[in-house]
Design a protein around this ligand. Structure first.
Ligand code: NAD
Ligand code: TYD
Length: 354
């Protein structure tokens, strides 16, 4: 028995791989293209390292995926691999279309061919878990009910449109061919190993470096935030007991405006790493030009997964954010290594003259 994880060297994937190998003896193969977001250092010092194999490659490489499925005979594919950053998708959508849509299509085809060739018992057991986002549902007005699994798809960014397309392909491969899929749509994750282009790690690393904290627009855009280990636990639960063909929304019951998030990060750093001049890190907050087409609010109704699978988040935002800020304080080498020339070029593209 083994599982194949795509995108396992990225933020959520690496947390999933680490937790899996710490909690179970079952071998796990990671297929990851090691783009700017994929980092083998995310596996450093992990428990159960000898049950994990990292293969560098594209999900769209049909021959490679076929060979991996034949060699390892995994009982499941957990599909994290994606281009995942909205701002990058605004600057250039090509990689998003290639990986999220065409790559998912190729992966589904390889999974289908493999699954159709299995014997009865293995066929019945096989699962394809597709990890997606709440952003496919679009933006909510203040006070509107949170997204349920029945909410219509209204993606607004190139990123969310490409993820929505991948969700539709996954659905179609189930309805048309019977591929045993389960899809999850989760809200914003935060925690260790998140690349510092997303809100929370960007604010932590900028604050530690005494740099401006760039809040888009008025900072009143609302997101639901979930600690990454809770998301990984939900995916394990879906893999174990999710109903084939179903969709499960995953969220933290934790809606907050961006400015409140940044203020809480500053408060923790004021306590744990006070600035030499005694001023608060909040003095670094700088309101910058808004993101084009910026979704105002996301909120997840996570009652279905609680009812059906007994999953609820275990961290509060206070405990999760504390662990996250502490992790970045304790891992300056990881932060330094990811802030390479390519990272600096991205920061210049995105924030200079904003
Ligand atoms: P990430 O950008 O940190 O990691 C993505 C990983 O996929 C990287 O390791 C990258 O190298 C790999 N990858 C990219 N293109 C590939 C390709 N063509 N073939 C193989 N590997 C490839 O992303 P993340 O934040 O860990 O998100 C993982 C998944 O979860 C994504 O599908 C994302 O849409 C979804 N998701 C993320 C969030 C969030 O808040 N981060 C929330 C909900 C859902
Ligand atoms: P992000 O982490 O990019 O996730 P997403 O866009 O997928 O929700 O952004 C979270 C929120 O933070 C979003 O409303 C945009 C905002 N934001 C900023 O205000 N400043 C920043 O520098 C970044 C990266 C994001």
């Amino acid at each position: 028995m083994s599982i194949l994880v795509t995108g396992g060297a990225g933020f959520i994937g690496a947390n999933f791989v680490r937790d899996w190998c710490a909690d179970s003896d079952e071998p796990l193969v990671t297929l990851d293209a090691l783009t700017y977001a994929g980092n083998p250092e995310n596996f450093a010092g992990m428990a159960g390292a000898d049950q994990h194999r990292l293969v560098q490659g594209e999900i769209g490489d049909a021959a490679l995926v076929r060979a991996l499925l034949t060699e390892h005979q995994p009982r499941a594919i957990v599909h994290f691999a994606a281009e995942s950053h909205v701002d990058r998708s605004i600057h250039g959508a090509d990689a998003f279309i290639q990986t999220n849509i065409l790559g998912t299509y190729q992966l589904l085809e390889a999974a289908r061919a493999h699954w159709q060739g299995l014997g009865d018992a293995a066929r019945a057991q096989f699962r394809f878990v597709h990890v997606s986002t709440d952003e496919v549902y679009g933006s909510l007005l203040p006070g509107a009910p949170a997204f349920t699994e029945e909410h219509r798809y209204e993606p607004n960014s190139p990123y969310s449109a490409s993820k929505a397309a991948s969700d539709h392909l996954v659905r179609a491969w189930h309805h048309t061919y019977g591929l045993p899929v389960v899809t999850t749509n989760c809200s914003n994750n935060y925690g260790p190993y998140q690349f510092p282009e997303k809100l929370i790690p960007l604010m932590i690393v900028n604050a530690l470096a005494g740099k401006a904290l760039p809040v888009y627009g008025d900072g009143q855009q609302v997101r639901d935030w979930l600690y990454v280990a809770d998301h990984c636990r939900a995916i394990r639960r879906v893999l174990e007991a999710g109903t084939i063909g179903e969709v499960y929304n995953i969220g933290g019951w934790n809606e907050q405006p961006n400015l409140a998030i940044v203020t809480q990060i500053c408060a923790l750093l004021d306590e744990w790493r006070p600035r030499p001049d005694g001023t608060s890190h909040t003095s670094l907050i700088s309101f910058v030009k808004d993101r084009p087409g910026h979704d105002r609010r996301y909120a997840i109704d996570a009652r279905k997964i609680e009812r059906a699978l007994g999953w609820r988040p275990s961290e509060t935002f206070g405990t999760g954010l504390g662990k996250t800020v502490r992790w970045y304080l304790d891992h300056p080498e990881w932060v330094a290594h990811v802030q390479t020339g390519a990272y600096r070029a991205w920061v210049a593209t995105q924030y200079d003259k904003r």
